[in-house]
Design a protein. Structure first.
Length: 233
């Protein structure tokens, strides 16, 4: 393919992904009130039942919050589509024996992204408790819907993306860009890099989210070394 053909193919893949995101966002907008109520339950748990509502201060804020929920939801629900489009863009440059991994890679990517989102929700209550109480007893929490739901959406995306780490590693191993010998040598550096990455990417900046992101990422790292040795990479 020429550069122009590559750009045309990339544009087509991006367009299909955007269509999927928009379609999923419309569905999420229809159910946005239920989605908001679901996330508010974590806020209620973090405040031990003292707070069960979010606030907004502008006349358009309620509608804009629903749009934001729909946007985050559309991106998350369309994960299988845009991951598949990304893979289809990459595969022309791969060898025939590497292309056979397409379906396993997509399935594992979707599962790991969903697992990351689930772990984000598991840590959400503890993260909120830390953030709400870190200011001391003189400060009373009254969270704005826009800021709270942005935090939740970014946490789900951050965990989902970070849990794609083993997929990237296995792809590099299969493509012979990396070897398990290199991964074994880089263990100590990897621990530091993972902790720094988790500290930077977690939007809540709380120790619970950092721990529950960094530990699985390192476990994935060791799992990739083990699988790579089995595959003799």
């Amino acid at each position: 393919m020429t550069v122009i053909e590559h750009l045309a193919e990339l544009r087509r893949r991006i367009f299909i992904s955007l269509i999927a995101v928009v379609a999923a966002a419309i569905v999420c907008f229809i159910f946005s009130n239920s989605i908001i109520s679901f996330f508010v339950s974590y806020y209620k748990s973090a405040t031990h039942g003292k707070q069960d509502q979010l606030i907004f201060t502008g006349p358009l804020d309620g509608f804009l919050v629903r749009l934001k929920v729909a946007t985050y939801g559309g991106i998350i629900l369309a994960v299988p589509v845009w991951l598949w489009q990304l893979w289809r863009f990459v595969t022309p440059g791969l060898h025939a024996h590497e292309k056979r991994y397409a379906v396993p890679f997509i399935i594992s990517s979707v599962i790991l992204f969903a697992l990351g989102g689930w772990v984000a929700l598991l840590t959400l209550t503890k993260a909120l408790e830390f953030l709400i109480n870190v200011g001391g007893s003189s400060l009373h929490p009254l969270l704005a819907a826009d800021k709270y739901l942005s935090l939740v959406g970014l946490m789900i995306l951050a965990f989902g993306i970070s849990f794609e780490f083993p997929v990237v590693l296995m792809f590099l191993l299969i493509a012979h860009v990396l070897t398990t010998a290199q991964l074994r040598r880089w263990r100590r550096v990897t621990i530091v890099v993972i902790v720094v990455f988790a500290a930077v990417i977690t939007p809540s900046q709380d120790p619970y989210s950092l721990f529950f992101m960094a530990v699985p990422m390192y476990v994935f790292y060791e799992a990739c070394i083990l699988i790579g040795r089995i595959l003799k990479r």
